[in-house]
Design a protein around this ligand. Structure first.
Ligand code: HEC
Length: 113
């Protein structure tokens, strides 16, 4: 009787370990970016452009200025195009998720959100 309980416990522990490992594996598979209206200029787009584009596109530097909402929104379609076709960032790169994030924000209407 004691052995049965012991075996049952071992089996249960093994099952739990296996299911945990399966979960870990699923999380490692990249899901890709999913476009929703949650994409925000303030939280997502501005920090990305500041990091990847502002070194060149700031104020009176290279057109267009990518540090203000006014200028970014006026050039939204152009920004979407040059990031999707890989022209920008010059001397750098964006991940596919970052490219999709920008396109999503533009498609959502380039809101000041
Ligand atoms: C290393 C400097 C540099 C970085 C970083 C950079 N750019 Fe540029 N960008 C340029 C230059 C220089 C031009 C002018 C065209 C050319 O020389 O290719 C330009 C032109 C552009 C244009 C205008 C294209 C046109 O047809 O008029 C857009 C839009 C643009 N960049 C967007 C971006 C975005 C978005 C990022 C960040 C993801 C970025 N750039 C990062 C240097 C840079």
């Amino acid at each position: 009787m004691k052995n049965t309980i012991y075996l049952g416990f071992i089996t249960l522990s093994l099952l739990m370990t296996v299911s945990c490992e399966n979960n870990a594996l699923e999380e490692e598979i990249p899901e890709g970016f999913v476009c929703t209206t949650d994409v925000s200029y303030t939280n997502d787009i501005d920090p990305l452009l500041t990091q990847k584009c502002a070194p060149c596109h700031i104020g009176g530097g290279q057109f267009p200025d990518l540090t203000t909402y006014a200028s970014v929104s006026q050039n939204a379609e152009l920004i979407k195009t040059v990031t999707q076709n890989g022209t920008m960032p010059k001397n750098g790169f964006l991940t596919q998720d970052q490219i999709d994030l920008i396109a999503c924000w533009v498609d959502n209407g380039a809101l000041n959100n």
